[in-house]
Design a binder for this molecule. Sequence first.
Ligand code: URQ
Ligand code: ZN
Length: 484
Amino acid sequence: MSVIIKGGTVVTAEQTFRADVITEGEKIVAVGPDLQAPSGAEVVDAGGCYVMPGGIDPQTHMQLPFMGTNAIDDFASGPAAAMSGGTTSIIDFVIPGKGERLYDAYKKWMGWAEKATADYSFHVAVTWWDDSVREDMGILANEHGVNSFKHFLAYKGAIMADDEILVQSFERARELGTMVTIHAENGELVAHLQKKMLEEGITGPEGHPASRPPEVEGEATNRAIRIAEMIGVPVYIVHTSSKDAMDAVVAARMRGQVVFSEVLSQHLVVDDSVYRNPDWRTAAHYVMSPPFRPKKHQDALWYALQSGMAQTTATDHCSFLTKQKQMGRHDFTKIPNGTGGLEDRMTILWQHGVNTGRITMNQFVALTSSNAAKIFNIYPKKGCLAPGADADVIVWDPEKTRTISAKTHKQKVDFNIFEGMEVQGVNVATLSRGKVTWKDGDMRAERGAGKYINRPTNGVYVQQARKLHEQRKVIPVKREGDKE
Ligand code: URQ
Ligand code: ZN
């Protein structure tokens, strides 16, 4: 099957130029001006539009079992909604319970993802440690295309990894030529501050940000970065939400360490005033971790994206219905943590990034697609608009406007945290491995059409971190009388 995307302007992370795009089967086969449509090709009119690589969301949680319930968007509904907004691949998470074999958990999640409507991959979380974890990390990295292992420094008593687990896991990750990714909040401090809040009678959502202030994220971010530096493994900080955390990332990068930072579209435009909403349900919908911050932190996140200190944007899409959020109606620590966003990430970044001049269109492509592909070693298969790449392509109308609302969004969640926001710059067509899955409001996503994305180990950043680490090698001093 062939598609020609005609009359558009191609925008990549590197350049902007007038060109048509032809796909054949699952691959892009030609990019250039005035191309002839192959006979029988489906024509997508891109006149007046930009043609870009499909977005990659490097952090989502489809149907995650969490805090006694399940995230409501699953591998069919979530990626379909994502494709309507311009995202064509997700990197989700396998999160084993304490004591659960990593490989068993991976097979469980792979079963859930069989219905996926778009391409997907998995970071695998290390939530506990024994020899079986070490063994399973090897199986997953060497045989199943897992090149990143996740560590939650938050969520004490559930999935939190302490420093001993971090050291053991980071060593194993380095041996396997893989990266480590981090949810950086000090879980001990969060538990302590949550207890204090409740003792003081603070039971509403306003207790959530108060129990995990920016300092708690800053400490954990620095700690994870330093441990990764000592072990010699590249480290990726997910959902960096505050200046405190971003300062730790910037300081490490300015020391030459291989550190990456991801920023959520939500943290760029929503601030902590939402937790003081007198309507409990509305305030509860914004309970996610790290929490939304005072507005001044948003500047630090934007400066990091603009300057290249932060490399990717994601959504951490982990959505719960109002009735699920009610589980914490009288105790904010029981509100399932998570917000939606994977349908709106790209348009939020375009509206508040490109339309304001904060970032260029080329940076937009880098931040929504190409950088994540390079960091997680799937470039140029993904995140690239050139012959040979997967035909994940979007057509972006920079003039089209829309108002974001739960009334019209495709996500299953009954609340949209960007509710009412007016945006200009809208995705109007999506190809997923050469198949038109979204066009002018017509959803053509199919259950099971998504494919698992193998992510090879020993990418360039792993090799770079390994070489840097070798500079630290201690040469033994030979002394008279030493034991041979
Ligand atoms: O912490 C995460 O990333 C998962 C459990 C989603 N929930 C959240 O509040 N971010
Ligand atoms: Zn997280």
